[in-house]
Design a protein around this ligand. Sequence first.
Ligand SMILES: [Fe+2]
Ligand SMILES: [Fe+2]
Length: 282
Amino acid sequence: MRLAVTSDIHIDKNGPGALAALAARVRTLEPDVLVLAGDVATSPTTLLETFLALRAAAPRVVYVAGNHDVWSHPEQVARGQHAWWRLDELLPALCREAGVDCLDAAGVEIDGVGFVGTLGWYDLSMKDEALGAPDEAYTRGEFHGLKWMDHVYAVFPGEDGRPMAPWAVADRLRSRLQAQLRACVAPRVVALTHMVAFDEQLHHKPHPGWRFCQAFIGHRGLGDVLRADPRVCLAVAGHTHTPSDLRFGGLRAVVSPLGYRGEWLGRPTEEAVAAAVALVEV
Ligand SMILES: [Fe+2]
Ligand SMILES: [Fe+2]
């Protein structure tokens, strides 16, 4: 099976030209399945337009949400349109309308290959301990004048209506991934997470702000779940805008993000898009 793998296409930031270039590229590659590992857009209109355009370019599209896809403004949160609502209701409905398989809602089997997935969430397990930032900085998501915006826009209310702690969100989403794997009967499985699942996928930079942000990039527990199931032959992640292609025994772990236009090093759209779509055979 031929997969075209990408993530972090951020169409509301990169614009319709990036979407057109991506759809054209996918059409040229003729994959059996397009794998989309989150951070498509925040606007529901842009999300739907993107799903429709990409679904028209590939016979199947499997998707997990990114953190940007579950962002809401405070007035939307006050109306009940919080991150859980977006993850469990809005995004699956938009995917249904476009004919895209939303793995956050349910795993799927395509031609004998199981596809499971989750947005996942950060639990601070990947934080840079040597930085020595105080716990309180991680709780507030603020350090050295830098604010991690998920703390403002990704609000996951708990039973009591108050925002859940990130590690509680991470635990719940990891459990959902485990449940999908248990329900899957396919002999080979492709797993998608938006959050990074393995330390080796982190991109280290010396700036203290960057080192601080590392805490919000991934969740080691997701990697533990994937490594514990020998059927998982491919793990696709996003969120970090640094590509990687790693192997852990029989498990291949791929990150192939487009990222923001400002990260394209001056390359034209078509070139950046071509580099952002990895072809993977499973
Ligand atoms: Fe992203
Ligand atoms: Fe992200």
